[in-house]
Design a protein around this ligand. Sequence first.
Ligand SMILES: [Zn+2]
Length: 76
Amino acid sequence: MRVAILAVWVVMAVVALLPILRGRPLQNPAPPLSTDELVKDPVCQTYIVRSRAVTRQTAAGPRYFCSADCAARFAG
Ligand SMILES: [Zn+2]
């Protein structure tokens, strides 16, 4: 008799917990960091967020700077 009651409690606990355990991964997808990756300023060696960096196209590809001053120093 007691074992049956215990089994009912265990089943109820599992049924109550399963949606929580299954819901967690879906509620926390990968953080959206791809648009704000860090890039290095080749002049002053500072890391800046790419969306806020000053961009200059070069023969070797785009270069990112913390400010227009650094971009001018790189070119000149
Ligand atoms: Zn800089």
